[in-house]
Design a protein around this ligand. Structure first.
Ligand SMILES: *[C@@H]1O[C@H](CO)[C@@H](O)[C@H](O)[C@H]1NC(C)=O
Ligand SMILES: *[C@@H]1O[C@H](CO)[C@@H](O)[C@H](O)[C@H]1NC(C)=O
Ligand SMILES: *[C@@H]1O[C@H](CO)[C@@H](O)[C@H](O)[C@H]1NC(C)=O
Length: 948
């Protein structure tokens, strides 16, 4: 490697490291000592032994500062009060906490009290009375009763404030520049909207700090800034910053203090390519060209400083210190004083950036997304200076080519290879309120407990250069704490209180006492084989189910059996503590379920395949709705998808398909054997209901299919050709207006045509077919309730209407119940992405009730859906979590119905009779349990048992 620096450069660290001659080093030290002295005393004293030209001391101080290492000042821990302290903040003593401190590789748990004051943790352990006496009555005691306490959640990758919510044309998308691929001079701080609706929501999930990065449209997108999420008394973006670099108010800050860590966003691969019409070759060249400029500037600075330190002022006469506001941040990158956060997915991109880091000699803090990093840990280890951390999603994958090989086992595999693992939100891509859920899933799929908690606390804190004050519960650290209602890795863990800078953030937290099962570390299934195969098959392990070849399959050690009865889910068998439940399956049908003695005969045993499910259970297969599952494989790749239907409200529909009166059936576009379908199948989702992919109002007829089927001609592959008729009523950037969409719907329902579409709309008007309207706004829902009455008056029959999306439905629960309208909540955990979703009911800890609770209280039929195909596999966790949020008042049967029979009913599905319904077998717990694993699907119609 060619060295960028001539060896006579001055900085003591580099000079020593690079083996300059002793004489020069001594000289350097002497000059430094002198110039440090000069800095302290002013130039006059220096003049006493050598005359200096004007500005020399400024030049010397600049030269000194350029090579100081970034980090906190040496006396940081002498602080008595946080620089973020808000006057008036009270002093708290949290008693009886179970604390994940973050120490000892994240394994340390202390049962102790925590004293917080002046924005800082002042003591942990048994705080002495004497120490407490100082505070007298100003001290507020909170007994947390053994609750788990963690450091505040730290999000290493967020667009909070810059891509703010709800998305509005005037205030969103401030995170990307479209002025060119190289923008190191831009700063996320400059777009930080303080009115993003997400701050309060994310805090309610325990998030206290976020690194706000520019978007990924550019190769070099600009500088990121770390914020704390709480409101400040000043109400400004600047006051939200955590230890901002001095550059925020000085272009070129000379300083004798160590510089603060800066953050720089890079991106490679698809995003810059799509925005700039680039190939990967173009993107990497744009990086190299930029870094070359920065390197040239650095070399000239170093040469200048070498002369300055050597006192060659004559040679420097008239030459200003070389600097350039556009390139100074990249020069700082090469000086190792910037945390470089690189959005990169694929092996080719990771390899490119690792090469870049070695060519220009700068360390990479973390690769973000990096869906293929787990396949190439050795590439990461070749990066300049140290291997980057990897900041990931848990199960969000396959949405574009780059993400296609993503694996839920990546966190575990990377950790096994000694790479630091961070879980991140990319908020609002994932709602950072649920960042902890990413860590929980990583844990379920094999990341050790200590590393899973560290992945959203101490590890991101270290990677962003803030580990000296956040990410740990330690004396002297910032008082950012979360008190949880359960073990933090238990599904649905919710903060009872969140402290930021010692200030409690939840004014009136709504929580309830979770059962003891939630207070311990969850057990996790064994996924060793799956993790091995993920690597062996380079991210595309075979997912096809294997039918058992045994005629009789006997499941033993069954704890409970749930079955569909009269359109609902019923627990038909529960083994008591010392009992042994069994389920006998013959030719894919459950022949007997119950007690061992009642079902087992010696002859049965002799030819059965016996599977011990370790206290597992049997329950109806789940049903997913809301995504394009079955019509798409890689969402961003049109060649892998069915494509969009024509919308007669927007364009003329070709007469060959029926003109404006055409109607499309999703069943005609089904693709089988997709990875998201098979992953859903392996997670207990046996049926998917999908509407035709559409851009705006007009959709068509949905269909339901068996997710485990490999082609359409296979027995039982199509569950129901036509389910329901779908339209969407939403704000589409002005055209067509909401009122136009309603006008179209009214005409279609009240005056159905004689053509193809007319026949189906007539079916709706006559109450034979279900109409599903995708909408969130309570105003639109109210309008639809009125329209429903209008249609019913004209045709004299009740019509079947389901609202999907429905995030504002709770506002009209009573009216919805009276109008007998069904609700599909999509997604199950609400977030105000857009204005028409602004009035969500956030649930615990922000509101007493979740919207599900309100709807159920009114006896409305409710189902739960998803927005993107990759998340179909998480349905069982979604329903379990939704049930927890209701406050434990609904049964497991009701919870299962939310993700199975109710979804089917609401989408015009015919529910199979009990004896032909697909059943899912779980090991180690039931389907709603984080600790269980789906091991088989019993399929009477196909006469098989698939072993997974
Ligand atoms: C930290 O914990 C992980 C997982 O428990 C373990 O594999 C690793 O060896 C530990 N590291 C150290 C330095 O103890
Ligand atoms: C400039 O920024 C630093 C870093 O936040 C801050 O400490 C300092 O007070 C600021 N100075 C002025 C004049 O605003
Ligand atoms: C819901 O149903 C239950 C049981 O049938 C009934 O007691 C309750 O009054 C109903 N609630 C409403 C709001 O109709």
């Amino acid at each position: 490697m060619e060295k960028a620096l001539p060896s006579y450069t001055s900085p003591p660290r580099e000079a020593r490291a690079k083996g300059t001659s002793v004489g020069k080093a001594l000289y350097g030290i002497l000059v430094l000592a002198v110039s440090a002295y000069v800095l302290k005393q002013g130039a006059n004293i220096y003049d006493a032994f050598r005359p200096l030209p004007p500005h020399a001391s400024a030049a010397l101080s600049r030269c000194q500062s350029i090579n100081l290492a970034a980090g906190p000042s040496p006396d940081f821990y002498k602080r008595k009060q946080s620089d973020r302290y808000e006057p008036g903040t009270k002093t708290y003593l949290l008693k009886n906490a179970r604390i994940w401190t973050g120490d000892k590789n994240g394994t340390e748990v202390l049962h102790a009290d925590i004293l917080i004051d002046k924005g800082i943790i002042k003591g942990i352990g048994h705080v002495r009375n004497a120490a407490l006496q100082a505070y007298k009555e100003e001290l507020i005691d909170i007994d947390v009763n053994g609750a788990w306490v963690t450091p505040g959640i730290v999000d290493l990758h967020s667009h909070l404030g810059d891509a703010s919510s709800p998305a509005l044309e005037g205030a969103s998308g401030d995170d990307n520049s479209f002025k060119g691929p190289i923008q190191p001079w831009l700063r996320s701080l400059d777009g930080l909207n303080t009115h993003d609706a997400s701050y309060a929501l994310s805090i309610s999930g325990g998030v206290t700090t976020a690194l706000v990065l520019p978007g990924s449209a550019n190769a070099i997108g600009g500088q990121g800034f770390t914020i704390k999420l709480r409101k400040t008394s000043e109400r400004s973006p600047t006051s939200m910053l955590l230890e901002p670099p001095y550059q925020i108010n000085s272009s070129f800050p000379p300083s004798s203090d160590p510089p603060r860590w800066r953050q720089m966003k890079h991106a490679c691969g698809e995003n810059p390519s799509r925005v700039y019409g680039f190939s990967r070759m173009d993107t990497i060249w744009s990086f190299r060209e930029a870094y070359n400029k920065a390197r040239q500037l650095k070399v000239s600075q170093d040469q200048y400083c070498a002369r300055a330190f050597a006192g060659e002022w004559d040679a420097l006469a008239g030459q200003p210190y070389p600097e350039d506001l556009q390139w100074e941040s990249l020069v700082d990158v090469i000086r190792g004083r910037v945390k470089v956060q690189v959005h990169c997915y694929e092996t080719v991109d990771l390899d490119d950036i690792v090469r870049l880091s070695n060519e220009f000699e700068f360390p990479i803090a973390a690769f973000h997304h990096a869906h293929e990093a787990y396949l190439v840990p050795d590439v990461l280890k070749k990066a300049y200076d140290h291997p980057p951390a990897v900041a990931m999603f848990a199960t969000n994958a396959r949405y574009k080519r780059e993400a296609y090989r993503g694996s839920e086992f990546a966190p575990r595999i990377l950790a096994e290879n000694g790479i630091q693992v961070v879980m991140k939100s990319d908020h609002p891509v994932l709602d950072s309120r649920y960042l902890l859920y990413e860590a929980q899933q990583a844990y379920v799929y094999g990341l050790p407990e200590n590393l899973a908690i560290a992945a959203v606390t101490s590890t991101p804190a270290e990677i962003m250069g803030m580990g000296h004050r956040i990410g740990y519960v330690k004396e002297g650290w910032d008082a950012d704490l979360v008190i949880w209602d359960s073990h933090p890795l238990a599904l649905g863990a919710t903060p009872k209180q969140v402290f930021i800078d010692g200030i409690p953030q939840l004014e009136h937290p709504y929580v309830y006492d979770k059962p003891s099962a939630f207070q311990r570390t969850p057990r996790v299934p064994n996924f060793d084989k799956e993790a091995r195969e993920a690597v062996e098959y380079e991210g595309l392990p075979p997912l096809e189910p294997e039918p058992s070849d045994a005629g009789v399959v006997l499941f033993t050690n069954v704890k409970s059996v749930f079955r569909p009865v009269d359109g609902a889910v019923r627990e038909v068998f529960t083994a008591q503590a010392d009992e042994q439940g069994v389920v006998v399956v013959e030719d894919g049908k459950i022949a007997c379920s119950g007690m061992y003695e009642a079902c087992i005969t010696p002859s049965l045993l002799s030819n059965a395949k016996v599977i011990d499910v370790h206290g597992g259970s049997i329950s109806p297969g789940l049903v997913t709705y809301g995504s394009q599952l079955g019509l798409e494989e890689i969402s961003a790749e049109s060649s892998t998808n069915d494509g969009y239907v024509y919308d007669p409200l927007m364009q003329q529909v070709p007469s060959i398909v029926g003109g404006d009166d055409s109607i499309v059936r999703a069943v005609d576009g089904l693709q089988y054997g997709g990875r998201d379908s098979l992953l859903a199948y392996r997670a207990g989702v046996t049926v998917a209901i999908t509407a035709p992919t559409h851009r705006r109002f007009y959709a068509g007829l949905s269909t339901s299919f068996y997710t485990g089927a490999l082609n359409k001609l296979q027995e039982g592959a199509i569950v129901q050709e036509v389910n329901a008729l779908h339209v969407t009523v939403r704000h589409f950037g002005g055209t067509p207006s909401i009122s136009t969409q309603i006008a179209a719907l009214r005409k279609l329902l009240l005056e159905p045509s004689k053509g193809d579409a007319g026949q189906y709309f007539k079916g709706v008007s006559e109450g034979r077919l279900t109409l599903v309207v995708d909408t969130d706004s309570a105003d639109v829902i109210a309008t639809l309730i009125l329209l429903k009455k209008e249609v019913e008056q004209k045709f004299g029959r009740p019509i079947k209407l389901t609202i999907a999306g429905a995030l504002e439905a709770h506002i009209l629960a009573k009216e919805i119940a009276e109008a007998k309208v069904g609700i599909l909540q999509v997604p199950s955990r609400p977030f105000p992405t857009t204005w028409e979703r602004l009035r969500i009911l956030p649930g615990h800890p922000l509101s007493e009730q979740s919207s599900l609770a309100v709807l159920l209280e009114h006896n409305i039929t409710v189902g739960i859906g998803i927005e993107e195909s990759w998340s179909a596999r998480n349905t069982r966790f979604d329903i379990a979590w939704a049930a927890l949020d209701v406050g434990g008042s609904i049964t497991q049967e009701q919870a299962m119905a939310l993700g199975s029979t109710n979804v089917q009913l609401l989408l015009g599905g015919e529910i199979d009779a009990e004896d032909v319904h697909d059943m899912v077998v779980t090991d180690g717990g039931n389907l709603l349990d984080f600790e269980s694993k789906v091991v088989a699907v019993i399929s009477p119609k196909r006469r098989t048992v698939d072993l997974l």
